[in-house]
Design a protein around this ligand. Structure first.
Ligand code: SF4
Length: 352
């Protein structure tokens, strides 16, 4: 006979598959599950929801740390904050050449997009914004991969519009965690600054990639609060990062989340955000270990390939093999992969 939990998982799964929604209280009850058999049932339902709304294609993207270290902000998880003493590299905003090289590598790895990422507070009018727009335009016009970016806080819509005009497709700006928990992770800017940035991006017609980091000491309730905040903001892509504690940061001592807790969290996010691109990003290798392939069964539809900002990622070829072994397809299969730089300029703009 099915347990109460199994009955609830089945009923909620069927409701979501039929186009319905789950309530905040229902998501809370799912994330409190502890029995591994129930969590496997939850993952199985989340897998059906992923398949129904996203198909069997896995979206891949890559990032480049285009301006590293020395950040004025004090996010306690981050190796790049100038508040903490870490081994993280430091350099100014990169020229086109290394960005072009990263774009070609990303394409070889079947990534559709390269995110230009900078460690700083955010963007204002001035020479740095001019340089950023130039780099986005170069990447966009190269036709190698889509131009995405993660460049911090944007307080004015007109800045977002300049990025859009330069050819930007999607912008990553995480909520990071629940509003109630945000002051525990950062005090140099506010949760509201982040929400305002997302609104400015959306008003400029830029796709928003926004999620957060798990395992920073937040409660399960906080995780559900964040999922519903992302739903309300109608973000397009939801990156889920799992803390990889960096020596020298205040969070270096945090206990990692158990893999089953991570998989359950991904599954509940799929129930709350059934149609969205859910991307498992930083920390998947160290936290999920041998259970990494299960992230797709738990409802993820995307992941990052290549290195992270300050930590190495998994071998891209092994990631692609893992995806294919699961019967899934990188959503850029069919494209030719390796592109000599001399040809990059001849590839017509990629349609997504
Ligand atoms: S704003 Fe970004 S780069 Fe700066 S400390 Fe926070 S997470 Fe790190």
């Amino acid at each position: 006979m099915a347990s109460n939990a199994q009955t609830q998982i089945r009923e909620l799964g069927e409701r979501v598959l039929a186009g319905g929604e789950i309530a905040h209280s229902e998501a809370l009850s799912l994330i409190q599950l502890t029995d591994s058999a129930d969590i496997f049932d939850l993952m199985s339902s989340a897998n059906r929801i992923r398949r129904h709304f996203r198909g069997d294609q896995v979206h891949l993207c890559s990032i480049i740390n285009a301006k590293a270290g020395g950040c004025t902000e004090n996010c306690k998880f981050c190796a790049q904050s100038s508040f903490f003493k870490t081994e993280s590299p430091r350099h100014g905003f990169l020229d086109w050449e290394p960005v072009e090289k990263a774009a070609l590598e990303a394409r070889e790895n079947k990534a559709q997009a390269l995110g230009i990422v900078a460690a700083w507070w955010g963007l204002k009018e001035g020479p740095i914004l001019d340089e950023v727009c130039e780099r986005i335009e170069q990447l966009s016009k190269s036709g190698t991969v889509r131009a995405d970016a993660s460049l911090g806080i944007i307080q004015e819509q007109k800045i977002a519009e300049r990025l859009k005009q330069a050819g930007l497709h999607a912008y990553n700006h995480n909520l990071e965690t629940a509003e109630e928990f945000f002051p525990e992770i950062c005090t140099t800017h506010t949760y509201q600054d982040r929400v305002n940035t997302i609104r400015n991006l959306k008003q400029a017609g830029i796709k928003v990639c926004s999620g957060g980091i798990f395992g920073m000491g937040e409660t399960r309730e906080h995780r559900i609060s964040m999922a519903f905040a992302l739903k309300e903001l109608e973000v397009d892509i939801v990156p889920m990062n799992f803390l990889n504690p960096i020596p020298g940061t205040p969070f270096e001592v945090k206990e990692p989340l158990p893999p089953m807790e991570i998989l359950k969290t991904i599954a509940v996010f799929r129930f709350v955000l059934p149609t969205r691109e859910i991307m498992v990003a930083g920390g998947r290798e160290v936290n999920l270990r041998e259970l990494q392939p299960l992230m797709f069964i738990a409802g993820a539809s995307a992941t990052m390939v290549g290195n992270y900002l300050t930590t190495p990622g998994a071998d891209a070829k092994r990631d692609l093999q893992m995806i294919r072994d699961l019967g899934l397809t990188p959503d850029w299969d069919g494209h030719d992969g390796a592109v000599p730089s001399s040809l990059a300029a001849q590839i017509p703009g990629l349609q997504v």
